[in-house]
Design a protein around this ligand. Structure first.
Ligand code: 13P
Ligand code: ZN
Ligand code: NA
Length: 279
């Protein structure tokens, strides 16, 4: 069965490592994520935005994630990434997601708090943990687009209030990462992260980890980062592999053949990311 992210994140947080959370877009990708986690023997988070579960269809999404969790030799959670409304969160809770993010980061501070509080009350009532974001993480994530110029770092004082008043289980700060690719290696604000870590005392989440160097990811583990989100690098690799396959084999029509190299490559990438997150 799918587990919640509560215990895995607490353990990671207490012991200075992180859980990988990977964008789960379809069957092949889900199987690759699970296989990678199994090879490394660590818990893993399958995560989807609302647009992904709409694409896959909710009943399929849940069935796939449950089947994965049933067979996997490691704990598996299904997490809603960047939930944009109370309604979207409710849909996921009802369907069987075991962890949710509510993203009110575009709202004024007090409105963000009110929305997150409401979500925490509903989700925690059935023991589902909640992640929330304050500040703005730049870049593009599905329907969400934030100009990097308009990305604001999280204010630690506000973070402290936000965490206290909302009662969330994990916190996503803006400290220099962005969704999607980077024009150059981002300069992460580690002093800021350290301060946020000190005042929030909660597992922290790194968004936008595609394109962040191994050194920076590893350094962040010292400052409370306990969940690391990867999406773009997986999508890029999967697409690259398919393109390469069809260039070599323009007449192949069997999905059981053309998906295979992409899936194999993805397993290795997931393993590589997971290894990066260990102590
Ligand atoms: P990347 O696409 O940069 O890996 O970001 C993923 C993410 O933060 C999902 O919420
Ligand atoms: Zn994100
Ligand atoms: Na990124």
């Amino acid at each position: 069965t799918l587990v919640t992210t509560t215990e895995m994140l607490q353990d990671a947080y207490q012991n200075n490592y992180a859980i990988g959370a990977f964008g789960a877009h379809n069957l092949e990708v889900i199987k690759a994520i699970i296989a990678g986690a199994e090879k490394e023997g660590v818990p893993v988070i399958l995560q989807t935005t609302a647009s992904t579960y709409k694409y896959v269809e909710m009943s399929y999404m849940i069935a796939l994630a449950k089947a994965a969790a049933e067979q996997a030799k490691v704990p598996v959670a299904l997490h809603l990434d960047h939930g944009e409304s109370f309604k979207v969160v409710m849909e996921c809770l009802r369907a069987g997601y075991t962890s949710v993010m509510i993203d009110g980061s575009h709202l004024p501070f007090e409105e963000n708090i009110q929305l997150v509080k409401k979500v925490v009350e509903a989700a925690n009532a059935i023991n589902i943990p909640v992640e929330a974001e304050l500040g703005t993480i730049g870049g593009v994530e599905d329907d969400l687009q934030v100009d990097e110029q308009n990305a604001f770092f999280t204010d630690p004082e506000l973070a402290e209030r936000f965490v206290k008043e909302t009662g969330i289980q994990s916190f996503a700060p803006a400290f220099g990462t962005a969704h999607g690719k980077y024009k150059q290696e981002p300069k992460l604000q580690f002093e800021l992260l350290e301060e946020i870590h000190r005042v929030t005392n909660l597992p922290l989440v790194m968004h936008g980890a595609s394109g962040v160097s191994e050194a920076s990811v590893r350094k962040s583990l010292q400052y409370g980062i306990a969940k690391v989100n990867f999406s773009t690098e997986l999508k890029d690799l999967f697409a690259e592999q398919l393109r390469a396959f069809f260039l070599e084999n323009p007449n192949e029509n069997d999905p059981r053949k053309y998906f295979l190299p992409a899936r194999e490559a993805l397993i290795e990438l997931v393993q590589q990311k997971i290894v990066m997150l260990q102590k």
